[in-house]
Structure formats: C-alpha cells, structure tokens
Write a protein that binds this ligand. Sequence first.
Ligand SMILES: *[C@@H]1O[C@H](CO)[C@@H](O)[C@H](O)[C@H]1NC(C)=O
Ligand SMILES: *[C@@H]1O[C@H](CO)[C@@H](O)[C@H](O)[C@H]1NC(C)=O
Ligand SMILES: *[C@@H]1O[C@H](CO)[C@@H](O)[C@H](O)[C@H]1NC(C)=O
Ligand SMILES: *[C@@H]1O[C@H](CO)[C@@H](O)[C@H](O)[C@H]1NC(C)=O
Ligand SMILES: *[C@@H]1O[C@H](CO)[C@@H](O)[C@H](O)[C@H]1NC(C)=O
Ligand SMILES: *[C@@H]1O[C@H](CO)[C@@H](O)[C@H](O)[C@H]1NC(C)=O
Ligand SMILES: *[C@@H]1O[C@H](CO)[C@@H](O)[C@H](O)[C@H]1NC(C)=O
Length: 397
Amino acid sequence: MLSQLLLDLPSITIHSQNYAGHQQVSCRNLRFGAIALLLLSSALSGQAVSLEERSSNLQNATESSFVWTIQDTYAGKTFFDTFTFFTYPDPTHGTVNYTTADFAFANGLAYVDDNGTVFMKGDDTTQLAAGVYRNSVRISSQAQYNTGLFILDLNRAPWGCGVWPAWWTVGGGQWPYTGEIDIIEGVHDNEHNQVTWHTGPNCTLTQNANFTGTIVTTNGQPNLDCDGNNNGNAGCGITEWSQASYGPTFDAAGGGVFAMKWDDTGIAVWSFYRQAVPQDVVQGEPSPDLWGPPVALLEPTGCDPIANFVNHSIVFDITFCGDWAGNSYATSGCPGTCPDRLMDPANFVNASWSINSLKVYKKVSLIGVTNGAGFGHPVSWSVIGMLALLSLISMAI
Ligand SMILES: *[C@@H]1O[C@H](CO)[C@@H](O)[C@H](O)[C@H]1NC(C)=O
Ligand SMILES: *[C@@H]1O[C@H](CO)[C@@H](O)[C@H](O)[C@H]1NC(C)=O
Ligand SMILES: *[C@@H]1O[C@H](CO)[C@@H](O)[C@H](O)[C@H]1NC(C)=O
Ligand SMILES: *[C@@H]1O[C@H](CO)[C@@H](O)[C@H](O)[C@H]1NC(C)=O
Ligand SMILES: *[C@@H]1O[C@H](CO)[C@@H](O)[C@H](O)[C@H]1NC(C)=O
Ligand SMILES: *[C@@H]1O[C@H](CO)[C@@H](O)[C@H](O)[C@H]1NC(C)=O
Ligand SMILES: *[C@@H]1O[C@H](CO)[C@@H](O)[C@H](O)[C@H]1NC(C)=O
C-alpha cells in the first residue's frame, strides 16, 4: 500500500517514507522481540536475519509456513538462451513481422549490452511502404510454470502511438482453457497499465476483492467474465490507478518492478515505480505479504487458479495496430491513421523493452524442511540453522 501510494510523489519523500514503512512492517511481524534482539546482537549474517524476519512474517507454525525461493533467473548474456522466438503471424492481427532469433540479433531488434541490460525493440530505422508490416520481436520461455512468483525489473517498457506491447504468461494446450495472464499491457501513450485474465468458462472477477485498480467496463458495466470466448475476447481486466504504471511516465522515472504472484490463494499483480521498489525485492528475498494490497487480483472464490491456468510460458512482445491498438486508434488522440503511422521509423523510438532481470520464485514450505524434506535446496540449511537458533534461544529464555 505504502509504496504504491508513493508512486506519484517526489523521490525524496519516497525514500524516507518507504524506509519508515519497512521498519513498521518489520516490527509488526517480529513476534518475539527479545529473540529478534538476541539474533541481531549475535552477529548473524544478513541472510539469516532476513530469513528470520521472513519466517516470523508467517502467522504461525502450521503447514501454511513457507518462503519464496529463487527458481529461475533470466538476465544478462544468457537471457535469450531459454526463450524461443515466435515467427508466426500475430494472432491479434497486428501489422507486425515477428522475426527469427538470427534476424533479430543481426538487426539490433534483440540484444544484451555491455552492462547486461536486455533489449527487445520494434524496428525504428526502416522506412516502410504502405501496407508493409514492421519488424519486431515476440519470445516465449521454454520453461513452463504451474504457479510461482514472477518478478520483472525493467528500465523501460514500449509505448507510442500505434504500439501495443505486453509482458504476459500463456498456458500450453488449447487457448483459452489453460489461461492467459497479461501482466503489463497497454496501447499508444496510455499511462495506466492494464492487467487482464483470459480463461475458459469458469472464471469471474470478485468485484469487492482487496485490490487498488479499477475493473475494466464493457458498455458501462464492470466486466467480470474472464471467458476468452465471450465479449470479443475482452477477458476480465483491471486498470492500475497509478499514472506511472505504463508509458511515458513509467519510462521517464527509470521504470521499476512488476510482480505477479500465482498460487492457490489466487493471482495477484503489484507494480512499483523505481524509487518505491521494496527492499525485500532488491535483496532477492521477496515477501509479497509486506507489499500491501495488489493493484489487481483474481480470487480463488471466482476462479480456480490451479485448474484454469496450466503450463504457462512467459511471453514478451511488441506488436503494432491490430485488435487493440488499431481498433482504438481513431479515439486515442494519436495523429492520422494507424497504417500511416506504421511507415515512419521515427514513430517507434520508444517501442523497446529494457530489462535488468526476470526472476521466477517458487514456494518452499518451512514445515517440509523441518520434517526432513527438501534438503536439496540451498536455503534449507539457513532455515534449519535459523530454526535451531530460535529453539536454543527460546530454551535460554
Ligand atoms: C494458523 O494459521 C492458519 C492459516 O492462516 C489458521 O487456519 C490457524 O487457525 C492458525 N492457528 C493458530 C493456532 O493461530
Ligand atoms: C520478416 O522477418 C524475416 C525474419 O524473420 C525477414 O527475413 C523478412 O525479410 C522480414 N520481412 C520484411 C518485410 O522485412
Ligand atoms: C553502462 O552503465 C554505465 C553506468 O550506468 C553507463 O554510463 C553506460 O553508458 C552503460 N553502457 C551501456 C553500453 O549502456
Ligand atoms: C502440462 O504439461 C505436462 C507435462 O509436459 C503434460 O503432461 C500435460 O498434459 C500438460 N497439460 C496441459 C493441459 O496441456
Ligand atoms: C487488504 O490487504 C491489506 C494488506 O495486503 C490489509 O492490510 C487489509 O486489511 C486488507 N483489507 C481488507 C478489507 O481485507
Ligand atoms: C468448468 O466447469 C465445467 C462445468 O462445471 C466443468 O465440467 C469443467 O471441468 C470446469 N473446468 C475447469 C478448468 O475448472
Ligand atoms: C519518445 O519519448 C520521448 C521522451 O518521453 C518523447 O519526447 C517523444 O515524443 C517520444 N516519441 C514517440 C515517437 O513516441
């Protein structure tokens, strides 16, 4: 909540309030203040202390106790190694030519710079004749997921008149029955990100759920039906309230972090403007419980998040015109027509992704660890050590 409220404030305020917010959260969650002090004064490593903080954040010692630990990191020179380039016509009818990996690398549409920053771009150098499709990139992760915490740290997301980018996940097998989760999506120079789910017939948004965004309307009514076969595949969407969540303001601020959490408690999305990224995310030890209500949430009461979302790949794309950017062009305030806009490469200078990292975390149960399961995982030993210390100190007290 705090970090999201801060999105539109000047950076100096953000720093101090974010820090204060973090402190407040830590205190609330330290159930054993005395133990915490002892732990801190016994010169434990930073990791042990933060694990202690994270586990004490869990309500009690039932089977609900877990931490999110790293599963896959996509970053730097190896980023593209486990992604596949999609080269079919755009299913959403964009006037785009999705290029092969070889072509994209050779023509500067996909690359990693000397700092390890990952770029994907729409072609911004080629003048096109009328009716010719513009070159761009769409990639899918070879890995498939069936829950997880997906955290994208990026400097820029694509935008501009006629431009339609998305960062999303999509199920294997028959669309839409295995689900689609659109995490970052927008068109033109919009300033509000839209999160959308497309599913089979069994999913509705819970209107009064705890999220900060606004449900997208169809004919003036909130559209709660996520069925990809209804409403012209509108899906069920939630628009973020923050003006810094998409487009020019997001990029001007140096981007930020988007997180999508998918587990049996539902599917939730958060976004953080660069200056408001939580410390636990920066440190690679994410604790979504500390982030306040999400911007968007699909609750399990209206949609089984396991049955309706299966074998998801992670996708990035940049398309042009098409079903959304094309059909909305005339009312967008953008000049001319979308097909005319497509011809001049200067119109696409902001149509690029600049990514620091994409990390996928999985849930690891702490109870499983103490039972002896999960010993293969590196975090297990820290957790076991921490639990052992806690019990020693408890005995001492
Ligand atoms: C522990 O947490 C679980 C899940 O939140 C809850 O159902 C249970 O009642 C709690 N038990 C105690 C002793 O607080
Ligand atoms: C479309 O992309 C392919 C590479 O995937 C390239 O060979 C072809 O020239 C491109 N078409 C146009 C019109 O640029
Ligand atoms: C790498 O980062 C440094 C420091 O931020 C910056 O000055 C430099 O331009 C970057 N190099 C590239 C190739 O982007
Ligand atoms: C999901 O992937 C698993 C493993 O590849 C496969 O057995 C299963 O049939 C897939 N499910 C769907 C719905 O595609
Ligand atoms: C909404 O979530 C926040 C934290 O995520 C919590 O503090 C607050 O009590 C919740 N509100 C409701 C109405 O559940
Ligand atoms: C959707 O609902 C139908 C009818 O209740 C049921 O047969 C089907 O198994 C459900 N599918 C999923 C993915 O939950
Ligand atoms: C690209 O971004 C810059 C900086 O916000 C802006 O001034 C320019 O108008 C944008 N160009 C296009 C074509 O969107």
